[in-house]
Design a protein around this ligand. Sequence first.
Ligand SMILES: Cc1cc2nc3c(=O)[nH]c(=O)nc-3n(C[C@H](O)[C@H](O)[C@H](O)COP(=O)(O)O)c2cc1C
Length: 221
Amino acid sequence: MQSNAESDAPAADFSSEAVIEAIHTRRSGHNFDPESNVDDETLESIIEDATLAPSAYNLQPWEFLCVQDEALLDSVVDLAYGQEHVRDAGTAIFVLGHTEALTADTVFEQWVGAGHMDEETAAETKAQSVGMYDDEQMGRDYAIRNASLAAQNLLLSAHARGLSATPMIGFDPEGICELFSVPDSMVPVMLIALGPSGGAEPDRLPRRDVATVLHRDGFEE
Ligand SMILES: Cc1cc2nc3c(=O)[nH]c(=O)nc-3n(C[C@H](O)[C@H](O)[C@H](O)COP(=O)(O)O)c2cc1C
């Protein structure tokens, strides 16, 4: 993996092969070890990996609500229509997306501060980015697109760190918002059950093949 030529940061300690292997071997875990849980340091590393996901204008319009308290986990299982693997996992993470441009002021200051944009361009671009949220449907679309990419990073990071993780939308979003006092400017996009694996998962189901899903230069009429 090549490092960013414009960055002084050291090259990450991973290989392209490892990334491809992680993509190919990641599974949605339904068999968690109920006796163990992710440690705090690993949890924070996984969240950091999630925050490295791309986002429109680099707004990073996401939050991660992590639930480990046993009574709250029971409530999450109830709101997830009884999906018990959430409790066995030990950690439930809600990836929330912003439906309003909550971070625009900070982020565009950073664009200017880093010398990537002058003040005038930043003001115009910020107005553009904020404008994307004027329409309620688009704001929701934005929330889901950006937060979904963060969620995928989270899944791959958990897998690469030897943990099992399952993305889930089988939950009552209104109930979750009420239980955890989620602000009106956010929507729960994905619930991720996270924890040490309790053993092998069933074989992966077949994927639609490349010839079926790849459309070169348009769809056939
Ligand atoms: C948007 C979305 C919603 C999902 N919802 C649930 C869910 O509510 N409960 C669950 O156990 N798995 C859920 N899954 C996991 C899928 O069942 C799983 O990704 C799929 O069967 C493919 O298996 P794999 O991830 O192991 O390759 C969901 C996955 C996605 C992407």
